[in-house]
Design a protein around this ligand. Structure first.
Ligand code: AMP
Ligand code: MG
Length: 414
């Protein structure tokens, strides 16, 4: 039996690799057919195929004049305009003849007539009645997207396992799919622990605090494509905690908040050990969130992964994003998404302590030419207000102590 007594303290990189590797071994939930927009944020359970060539005809990418490139090899060139084609035109492409020295006016998105091989942008032309003067030559094929060049009929446009975002929704719509197959949202039980907690619909006593972690976790789970189930708050008593853990293990994943630090009433690891839990790590050298625990139990004929997330609200949020999020990908049939790191220049200097990888609430802004990031003042890992003003964390490597204004730093967006 593996017990909580065996401490497995990993670096941030080791812990992240552990969860990514674990996530990639998980089996996906059942697929279901859903109306297109209900699949937003879920993972595709089928390949989306092209029902015809994309584009279905050679498409003009510009407003201008469809020409034979040879007719405008020498400029200025005068052509006679013999017609007009707008997007959605019903005429067959082959019906519009363009003889030598002729052109037709064409709009963006319209089918280029078979007799033309290029489109001159309207900006490089001049119109006088039926006479069009072209001031710039075009190569054959210029400003035309050939039929089937984006996708051939029956080819896969989006693969199973892709998370559905607005671009995937657009492709599904473009191939005429009002319903698509997506993996069911993994069920994620959320269990807050702590004698000091009261639920949000009850008045807290003078020394009590409201349970906010169950709600922030539920929000993160839902945004990550999961189906959160909030369990009643567990008191710091082993027997009652065990009953609620057993309930939580009926889900695909169990997230526990609080009770994983070194305090006398931090019972979570000990009670998990009584389920013969296998612990993959029992701490990570990060701040906030160092006591985070990850493991699995075998119960009800299945193996159920769990996280014990430290109870301080910011620690709970950070450790969910860093470590629990990849499991939602795995359970939904997708590869773990990489963490959204970016670089930005620091607006003001700061110092910190070495030894841990730190995630400091910060605000990313600036311009596209110079993204900037500013630390948000905070009182430590219980400070909800600080995260509410932030949109990222500055990631401080364990060996760094001092940062100068203007220095490029890594940020993790959320
Ligand atoms: P713990 O990890 O159990 O030692 O909790 C650390 C601190 O986080 C507690 O003293 C509480 O102030 C806070 N905390 C724990 N659980 C929650 C919760 N569910 N909602 C809000 N704050 C919490
Ligand atoms: Mg506690």
């Amino acid at each position: 039996m593996s017990t909580a007594a065996e401490t497995k303290l990993l670096s941030f990189t080791e812990a992240r690799q552990t969860v990514e590797q674990y996530a990639s071994t998980l089996c996906a939930t059942q697929p279901e057919m859903l109306p297109l927009l209900e699949a937003l944020g879920l993972v595709l359970a089928e390949n989306l195929r092209a029902d015809r060539d994309f584009p279905p005809f050679p498409r003009s990418t510009r407003d201008g004049y469809a020409v034979r490139a040879t007719d405008v090899a020498a400029v200025p060139a005068s052509l006679r305009c013999v017609g007009e084609i707008k997007a959605g035109a019903t005429t067959e492409r082959s019906d519009i003849g363009i003889a030598a020295g002729e052109t037709v006016e064409i709009m963006t998105g319209a089918p280029v007539p078979a007799a033309a091989d290029a489109v001159v942008m309207v900006e490089y032309s001049e119109r006088n009645g039926a006479v069009v003067t072209v001031h710039r030559s075009v190569r054959a094929g210029e400003n035309i997207v050939p039929a089937g060049s984006e996708a051939r009929q029956d080819s896969t446009m989006v693969s199973r396992g892709t998370r559905v975002n607005h671009a995937i929704v657009a492709i599904a719509a473009a191939v005429g799919r009002a319903e698509i197959a997506a993996y069911r949202r993994p069920r994620v039980a959320v269990l807050a622990t702590g004698d000091e907690l009261v639920d949000i619909n009850l008045p807290p006593g003078p020394n009590e605090i409201r349970n906010s972690n169950s709600y922030s976790l539920a929000a993160q789970v839902y945004a990550a494509g999961g189906d959160p189930l909030i369990l009643p708050v567990a008191p710091d008593r082993a027997d009652e905690l065990a009953l609620l853990l057993r309930k939580g293990f009926q889900s695909d994943l169990l997230l526990i908040s609080g009770g994983v630090s070194m305090g006398k009433y931090d019972l979570v690891e000990q009670v998990l050990a009584s389920f013969d839990a296998r612990f993959l790590f029992t701490g990570v050298r990060i701040q906030p969130g160092k006591p985070v625990v990850f493991g699995e139990v075998a119960l009800y004929g299945r193996t159920i992964p769990f996280f014990g997330l430290p109870g301080n609200p910011v620690s709970t949020m950070v450790t969910f994003q860093l470590f629990a999020r990849p499991l939602l990908d795995g359970l939904a049939g997708s590869k773990p998404q990489p963490l959204p790191f970016a670089q930005a220049s620091l607006t003001t200097e700061f110092t910190t302590k070495t030894g841990l990888t730190r995630f400091l609430p910060a605000k990313l802004g600036g311009t596209h030419e110079r993204p900037e990031v500013e630390l948000v003042r905070w009182q430590g890992s219980g400070d909800l207000m600080a995260v509410s003003r932030a949109n990222c964390y500055i990631v401080v490597p364990p060996d760094r102590e001092r940062f100068a204004a203007g220095e490029a730093v890594t940020v993790l967006r959320f």
